[in-house]
Design a protein around this ligand. Structure first.
Ligand SMILES: [Zn+2]
Length: 99
């Protein structure tokens, strides 16, 4: 029988449930949807200049709820258009009404 002494059993990986650990930074905590594509596909910039990287799916979901936000100009046009198209179909904080 082998045991590690670095951490007591059962104390590792308790900070977040498995589904939440692998989502991009743009995924809202209350938004249950999984990522669509790489977690650093695009970046949003809010009106204060704060940047949030994320997948196309979560950037599109986050954008309507960020007042004055836009897709970063360095994001390739195809991804930026996809985000704006998807965001145009969504209300702010879409997950609050089950979308
Ligand atoms: Zn995502």
């Amino acid at each position: 029988m082998e045991r590690t002494t670095s951490a007591p059993p059962g104390t590792r990986h308790r900070t977040a449930p498995p589904a939440a650990r692998h989502r991009c930074p743009a995924a809202a905590a209350a938004d249950p949807t999984p990522c669509d594509g790489p977690p650093d596909t695009a970046t949003l910039v809010d009106r204060h200049g704060r940047e949030t990287a994320g997948c196309v799916h979560h950037c599109a979901r986050l954008l309507p709820g960020l007042d004055g936000a836009r897709v970063h100009p360095f994001v390739p046009a195809a991804q930026a258009l996809e985000i704006y198209l998807r965001a145009g179909e969504l209300p702010p904080f879409a997950w609050e009404i089950g979308r």
